[in-house]
Design a protein around this ligand. Structure first.
Ligand code: SAH
Length: 352
């Protein structure tokens, strides 16, 4: 116990531990979690106070050329009803979102070649022209450096690309052979180099995951130093090869969020929808241990129920305004406050 406490103290002081030390903390998390949570919550308050940032999530296409074994919108899922939003529909989502005080729009989708680089650039340019006080985040998968640069040049501010799992062998058990951990990680380094506020992240409890894998994820975050880290539980989707795999737990997910807060004190950490899906107060719990971002859905209601990465996803029936209200009351009940702001990473705010 005392030993565990020393490890957490050292992580707090240095933002680094050895792999076996992370494994020790993860395996003995029950006896150290309260202490960890008190520190992680303090660190978050030191950098961001009680502020929670909103991101308006626009799920603009569920077509995907990839076949990730865990994902409900994988190309191989012939039952998925596919949709794409037009530029005009995306701009309408932004209009609704702006009126609801969103100052970041996240365009997320499957890897859909229908949207050429020029089309994405055109959409980003238009959003930035209409809403110059807003940040645009893209989450559209792996692209080459030139493409990422073109997105940055037209004004995209941030890019989310979860690394999923840092371990190559584990990665290959979650993805078909044409997708590799190495490529994924190279993309992340490229995004950082270009100047995006870059988001990595991983699923907790994904099939075959070990405590060593999670420790490797933490070491990868130490090296990459992303501005954002998305951490959510794996949840099976009925029409995927992982339909019968057990889902991740909220308890371990929350523990990982707290560890990441100590590793990357200024990171933007979302309380994820997946966490809110497996336990009703999952997002509130994440906020209490160090998360500082929530991502209400801004997608048009008629497509909501088609962007299903996993089963039982919450908020698929709500209007954007309802979603926004519901999340605000959750944030308030957890003791925090939603702020109307772009919500940049602290080092990017300082730079401006
Ligand atoms: N195509 C984009 C966006 C992916 S969807 C990209 O490649 O980055 C966003 C995230 O949802 C994924 O990175 C993955 O971590 C998560 N996800 C997918 N399927 C999931 C599942 N079954 N359970 C939990 N999270 C899942």
């Amino acid at each position: 116990m005392e030993n565990l406490k020393n490890l957490v103290d050292r992580l707090y002081d240095t933002s680094h531990l050895e792999k076996d030390e992370y494994v020790t903390l993860i395996e003995n998390r029950d006896s150290i979690k309260d202490y960890l949570f008190s520190l992680s919550s303090n660190v978050r308050e030191k950098h961001y106070g009680k502020d929670v940032y909103l991101r308006g999530l626009i799920e603009f296409t569920n077509y995907c050329k990839n076949n990730c074994y865990y994902c409900g919108i994988r190309a191989g899922n012939k039952d998925a009803e596919r949709y794409r939003l037009t530029k005009e529909q995306i701009l309408e989502c932004c209009e609704v979102g702006y009126a609801l005080d969103f100052r970041t729009f996240v365009l997320q989708g499957g890897e859909d070649p229908y949207y050429t680089d020029d089309m994405i650039c055109d959409i980003v340019r238009e959003i930035k022209a209409r809403y110059p006080d807003c940040a645009v985040t893209l989450s559209i998968g792996e692209k080459n450096e030139e493409t990422y640069r073109s997105f940055f040049e037209v004004g995209a501010d941030r890019y989310l690309l979860r690394h999923e799992t840092a371990d190559c062998e584990h990665y290959s058990r979650l993805h078909p052979p044409n997708l590799t951990a190495q490529k994924r990680q190279e993309c992340l380094y490229t995004l950082k180099k270009i100047g995006f506020q870059t988001g990595a992240g991983f699923m907790v409890g994904s099939p075959y995951q070990t405590a060593e894998n999670l420790a490797d994820d933490l070491l990868f975050l130490e090296r990459l130093k992303p501005e954002m880290v998305g951490i959510g539980p794996f949840i099976p989707h009925h029409a995927t090869p992982f339909a019968d795999m057990p889902q991740g737990t909220a308890e371990l997910t929350i523990f990982m969020v707290a560890l990441v807060r100590l590793i990357l004190p200024k990171a933007l950490l979302p309380a994820t929808t997946a966490l809110g899906t497996i336990v009703p107060n999952g997002r509130e719990l994440a906020l209490k241990v160090g998360a500082n971002v929530v991502m209400p859905n801004l997608s048009p209601t008629d497509v909501r129920s088609k962007y299903l990465l996993y089963d039982n996803k919450i908020c698929t029936g709500d209007e954007s305004a309802q979603c926004r209200k519901c999340l605000e009351s959750r944030v308030t009940s957890a003791g925090y406050k939603v702020v109307k702001s772009r919500g940049d990473h602290a080092s990017f705010t300082e730079r401006k």
